[in-house]
Each structure stands twice: as C-alpha cells, then as structure tokens.
Design a binder for this molecule. Structure first.
Ligand SMILES: C[S@@+](CC[C@H](N)C(=O)[O-])C[C@H]1O[C@@H](n2cnc3c(N)ncnc32)[C@H](O)[C@@H]1O
Length: 274
C-alpha cells in the first residue's frame, strides 16, 4: 500500500523522537551512540554522526550533543561562518551544528535551529544550555515552511535532513526565501549518483534511514538553480551505500525562483518516497 507524504513525515518524526529519547536516557535506540541512526547498517559509525567532527569541535560540545549527532557530514566545517552572521540549521536535531555555529558567529550573531520533533528540540535546548551558548534560538516547525521572515538569514546549513523531506522543491524555495540576497548554503546530505533510479535508491536503504529519499546530484543542481541559486557545487565526500554518498552542497542566492523549473524534481521525489 502506498505511503502518503503525511504518513512518511510522521514515520520520520517518530524515528527521531526515539533517537532523542535514547540519547536522553543513554539507552540503545537506533544506534545513536555509535552515530548510526541516520542509516540502518551496523558499520555506519564512520559514515554518519560524531566521527565526522574533529577533536577541536568535540572539545566545544557537551557529551549529549555529540552522542545525538546523526548527520552525514559537518556543514560548519564548510560554511565559512563569520562573526555577526545569522545562521539557520534546518533539522537541527540535538543541536550540534547550532552550538558550533553560535560559537563561530559570536555574541553579535545568532544561530537558529529548526526542527519538527519536540524530543529533539528539548534535547537541543539542554545541550545549548550545557554548552553555555546564549546566541541560539530553537524553533519548532517544518523545513518546508520555515517560520522566519524573507531575507533574514546569511547562511543556511543542514545536516542529513533534506533527503527526509517529502517536498524537496518546497524546501529549496523556502531556503531561497529566507536567505538575504547573496546569502549562501553549506549543506551536508546524502546524494545519489545520477544513474540510480528512485527504485534503485530505495533498494539501498529506507526513507527514514536517509537513503531512499536522496536526490541525485543532477536533481540537486537543477532544484537549486530553479530556486534562484548560482555557484552551485555538489561534492561527494564519502560513500554511504552503493552509488550513494555523503555530500557537501554549496550555492549562493542570486536570483528569484524559476517556477517552471521546480516541478522537474517533484517526480523524482515522489517516486522515491510515496
Ligand atoms: C538525521 S537527523 C539529523 C539531525 C542533525 N542535523 C544532526 O546532524 O545531528 C534529522 C532531523 O531532522 C528533523 N526533521 C526531519 N524532517 C523534518 C522536516 N520536514 N521539518 C523539520 N525537521 C525535520 C528530525 O526531527 C531530526 O531531528
């Protein structure tokens, strides 16, 4: 039976609520302690989670923030954040990238974390408190409808979340809306090689495990271009499944969304999930 987009989002929310509870209770959830939550495999610790951060960054973080790390990259390492900037982390989870961003932009800047899962938001608040950062704000909401005004953010980061969205064009349009002109993205995500069909991606892992919903490199580039971005690059960093990679996605907002271009990636997204 087909799964609707709403049902799929609820599955995602439940999965990550369980992960947050596992970290809070220091129990075994879906492998969060080993950083393997975003995928199902036993040997995923080196591909997902805390292993992707260096020793200096670990030193700036409370243990629970590190344990809650479920990403597939390290967006703060590539976003070149500057003092005084406003940063938005989409799907902020336990808050690891929000805390690191807040430290980079300093007291004159602010780091927002947006997440739809109450348990993750509570964990992130606690982690930010333990890390003694005050220039952070966690927002409850979905990345397809970002609760911030237009032209209000310098940098959007995200770590292994956009693949989980059932409305990728909606997310890319929203990112373009909230970014200031000249604003930029530094996103880590799972990205498929162009030759893999949606069905082949689904055969390599589940949707909630960050694999089946991944865009291909060409789909990502086309979606960003249609949403008004330039200087787009999608760079594979490490393989997470056959033909699928952790990737760094960078781009700069220069124009307005091209309404004609956006439906091009809708078909792929729908085939991959519902
Ligand atoms: C794989 S975890 C990544 C968390 C964090 N970025 C990290 O690197 O540890 C995915 C997170 O995104 C959130 N999420 C997934 N889909 C979302 C959506 N459509 N809107 C808002 N949050 C979402 C989940 O609640 C979860 O906290």
């Amino acid at each position: 039976m087909a799964t609707t987009a709403d049902e799929l989002r609820e599955q995602v929310r439940r999965r990550y609520a369980e992960s947050a509870r596992a970290v809070t209770e220091r129990a075994d959830g879906c492998g969060c302690g080993t950083g393997a939550c975003c995928a199902e495999g036993e040997s995923d610790a080196a591909k997902f989670g805390e292993a992707l951060y260096d020793a200096e960054q670990h030193g700036q973080l409370p243990e629970a923030a590190t344990l809650a790390s479920l990403g597939c990259g390290n967006p703060t390492a590539v976003a070149e954040l500057r003092k005084g900037e406003t940063v938005l982390d989409l799907g902020s989870g336990g808050g690891i990238d929000v805390i690191l961003s807040a430290k980079r932009v300093g007291p004159g800047g602010i780091a927002y974390g947006l997440d739809m899962t109450d348990e993750m938001l509570a964990l992130a608040q606690q982690n930010a408190h333990d890390a003694a950062v005050t220039n952070v704000q966690f927002l409850k909401g979905v990345i397809e409808q970002i609760p911030l005004p237009a032209d209000s953010v310098d940098v959007v980061i995200s770590n292994c979340v956009i693949n989980l969205s059932t409305d990728k064009p909606g997310v890319l349009t929203e990112i373009a809306r909230v970014l200031k002109p000249g604003g930029r993205i530094g996103i880590s995500d799972v990205v498929a090689e162009d030759h893999l069909s949606a069905e082949e991606r689904a055969a390599r892992g589940s949707y909630v495990g960050c694999i089946a919903g991944a865009l291909s490199r060409r789909e990502y580039e086309a979606g960003l271009e249609a949403a008004g971005f330039e200087q787009i690059s999608v760079e594979f960093t490490h393989q997470v499944a056959d033909g699928m990679h952790g990737a760094i996605v960078k781009a700069v907002k220069t124009g307005q969304p091209d309404a004609k271009g956006l439906p091009a990636i809708v078909a792929a997204v729908t085939a991959g999930c519902c």
